[in-house]
Design a protein around this ligand. Structure first.
Ligand code: ZN
Length: 196
């Protein structure tokens, strides 16, 4: 596993070639894990790219999947999104990333090895309800080819650990407030799906 500062975000890649699958629910076929990355803000009331009932979260994690083997193609992408809120503990899996966040920020495009950990420790540990809609990439080329899955279970991060992300953005200003503003709904339907 390694963390790298590229494309105005910090991305976690996994070198192992046995792909991780994500499927079921609204998806017609299984998708393969590509990478995950983060959007965050300088204050607690901004940072996420999605808002729930008009409210932003300070940190949003995007887990990007494609149907191509090991890598995404731009024409069929599933992004699973998780919000983080400030709390008195940090979601376990995030800790290994935080150890190398500052080094990643200081060295654009340089891979920082991350102590391997189960990705499952970065996401909710039980089934969760979610929002889903067809939308676009939130970074260039903004392709309208993304199935979004937005977890309704919010993860946690301490103020001290949130500060590590913010420090990274002070080290490399490309990372500062690296979220896209909400877009018009444009007649899209947003579904809310609950596990049975
Ligand atoms: Zn993103």
């Amino acid at each position: 596993m390694y963390l790298v500062n590229e494309s105005e975000t910090l991305r976690l890649y996994i070198q192992a070639k046995n792909s991780l699958h994500f499927g079921g629910g609204v998806l017609e076929c299984p998708y393969n894990f590509d990478h995950l990355h983060f959007h965050w803000g300088t204050e607690d009331d901004k940072g996420s790219e999605h808002k729930i009932d008009g409210l932003s979260y300070p940190l949003e994690m995007h887990v990007v999947h494609g149907i191509a083997e090991y890598r995404t193609t731009l024409d069929n992408i599933v992004v699973v999104s998780y919000f983080f809120q400030i709390d008195n503990k940090t979601t376990e899996g995030l800790k290994n990333l935080l150890e190398v966040t500052e080094a990643a920020a200081q060295n654009r495009h340089v891979k920082q090895n991350v102590k391997p950990f189960p990705l499952s420790s970065l996401v909710p540990n039980s089934s969760f309800s979610y929002y889903s809609y067809k939308g676009s990439l939130t970074m260039q080329p903004y392709s309208e080819t993304v199935t979004w899955i937005i977890s309704n279970t919010v993860l946690s991060i301490t103020p001290i650990d949130m500060e590590i992300f913010r420090k990274a953005a002070r080290i490399d200003e490309e990372l500062e407030n690296n979220f896209r503003e909400c877009q018009e709904l444009n007649n899209r339907t947003v579904y809310f799906i609950q596990p049975v």
